[in-house]
Design a protein around this ligand. Structure first.
Ligand code: 4AD
Ligand code: MG
Length: 477
């Protein structure tokens, strides 16, 4: 007989049919009730054991964390909280779990403790709910692009260019670190390295995605992204996943329209497809918020907040307008911001972004037309020659979730910009070729996948929405 998942059994009409189910024991109460979970859904399957008919030695092995196979009949449940249960006829122990040693006991564990048990934390309700939402979001993203005629492009993970010009990259090299070959000037000679040049893990697939957009028209990448910035925040990872669509002939307005429609669509998808998990996460968040001071609690419950974002238009505001709002804001005047906004040109910190979204506009905000000086080299220069066609999307509780722009498609302007920043033309000759042969207006953006998962699940720390977080001083597992 084949096995059935807990999820399927829970939605089956019981008629004393024989069933076989695998799973892990969540709890074993009164030597009688096994709460069984196999990860297929949040809810456990109750399996009722008549202990007189089982060997005592076998019952002793049914501990929290043990993997077991249960045979039995599916009947209507007598208890509250479930419609069906299994009357157990046979139990096979795949593998026990010593209750003295198994770290995930049926009680509340702190997120910090669970991070140290990242290989086992998926057995908790919170992490299984988060990871099912994450998986569903990932599917919704691919589906959105497929339905809108985008092609998926796998951009390289090892690259020779620094797309963001930030210089915070992980080097990829096979040279002997103790004794690398040197040039006459005494520098490491990367000509002798694996690729014959310096290479890094990618900080963005954008530049390569641009080349494909200028042939396939509408493309996206969805891949791992690496940043060696020493940021120990609840919003930064050294390894994260980024979704980067790139569209030929789109200008910045089209780009904003696409980003807004895309985000709303995938959020709607999880609202409909992850109802049980979201309700659980909403409750978790409510409990957690009870421990916070009133002023820090969010005004909306999780699902309400997701609906709000899915149903309301994002506010579009130019950088210049935003600076005026911030300059005249209470926290700026009362010197409550850590970084005070004094003049046009200042880079926005997350405290400013969150003020705009959470206090001022109280909805997602798209900021556009930033000063050229604080943005990457590839963004299209506006007629004012001071600002570029950049856009960032800011979300409540998260801050920046998307960064994007219309790209500089004019060869001479781009070359000039690269010169002024000391970026060598020969490093990016292929990128410049796009501007020499059939150049056109084009735009794209990057959405940080984990920040989206953070928002959708209401979790507070980005380390808890990726299976194995990579952060400074932390690459266990
Ligand atoms: O704003 P960023 O740096 O933009 C780019 O990389 C562009 N090349 C994207 C493009 O236009 N194709 O990064 C985009 C998004 C951010 O808005 C943020 O959501 C996320 O990536 N992100 C991070 N997420 C987690 N940890 C980090 N260290 C992140 N850095 C950026
Ligand atoms: Mg950015």
């Amino acid at each position: 007989m084949s096995t059935t998942s807990v999820k399927e059994l829970l939605s089956t009409v019981p008629s004393k049919q024989s069933i076989l189910v695998n799973g892990w024991v969540k709890a074993f109460r009164s030597n009688r009730f096994i709460a069984l979970n196999d990860g297929s859904c949040l809810q456990n399957l109750q399996c009722v054991v008549d202990f007189d008919s089982f060997d005592e030695e076998l019952l002793k092995q049914i501990n929290t964390g043990a993997a077991i196979k249960v045979s039995g009949t599916l009947v209507e449940s007598q208890g509250k909280g479930q419609t069906v249960e299994v009357q157990v006829t046979d139990i096979f122990i795949h593998g026990g779990a010593d209750p003295e040693k198994y770290p995930i006991q049926p009680k509340k564990h702190s997120m910090e403790f669970l991070r140290e048990q990242a290989h086992l934390r998926i057995r908790t309700n919170t992490f299984s709910a988060v990871m099912r939402v994450r998986s569903t979001l990932s599917f919704a993203i691919h589906q959105y692009f497929r339905e809108n005629d985008f092609q998926l492009v796998h951009t390289p993970i090892i690259t020779g260019s620094d797309a963001e010009g930030a210089g915070e990259m992980f080097r990829v090299s096979t040279l002997d670190p103790k004794n690398p070959p040197l040039t006459d000037e005494g520098n490491v000679n990367h000509k002798e390295d694996f690729f014959g040049k310096e290479t890094n893990l990618t900080v963005s697939g954008q530049l390569e995605a641009e080349t494909y957009a200028m042939g396939l028209g509408k493309v996206y990448t969805f891949g791992p992204t690496f940043r060696a910035e020493n940021s120990n925040t609840t919003r930064h990872l050294a390894e994260f996943w980024m979704i980067e669509p790139e569209v030929a002939f789109n200008d910045l307005d089209d780009n904003m329209d696409l980003a807004e429609d895309f985000i709303k669509s995938v959020i709607r998808y999880v609202i409909t497809h992850c109802e049980e998990d979201l309700r659980f996460l909403e409750n978790r968040l409510l409990q957690e918020e009870k421990t916070k001071p009133q002023a820090e609690r969010s005004e909306m419950a999780l699902i309400e907040k997701l609906r709000f974002v899915a149903d309301n238009t994002f506010k579009r505001v130019s950088y210049t307008e935003a600076i005026e709002i911030l300059r005249n804001s209470k926290p700026n005047k009362k010197k409550k911001f850590q970084y005070l906004i004094n003049e046009w040109g200042a880079d926005l910190q997350s405290e400013h972004e969150r003020f705009l979204v959470e206090k001022h506009f109280k909805c997602p905000v798209i900021l556009f037309d930033y000063p050229a000086k604080i943005k990457a080299f590839y963004m299209r220069l506006n007629e004012d020659e001071k600002t570029v066609r950049a856009m960032d999307i800011l979300f409540p509780g998260i801050g920046e979730i998307v960064g994007g722009s219309q790209r500089e498609e004019r060869l001479d302007v781009l070359v000039e910009k690269m010169k002024s920043l000391g970026i060598e033309e020969k490093e990016l000759w292929w990128y410049l070729d796009l501007r020499k042969f059939g150049t056109a207006v084009h735009s794209g953006f990057g959405l940080g996948f984990e920040r989206l998962v953070l928002f959708a699940t209401g979790m507070g720390n980005i380390r808890d929405v990726i299976p194995f977080p990579r952060t400074p001083q932390n690459a266990e597992f």
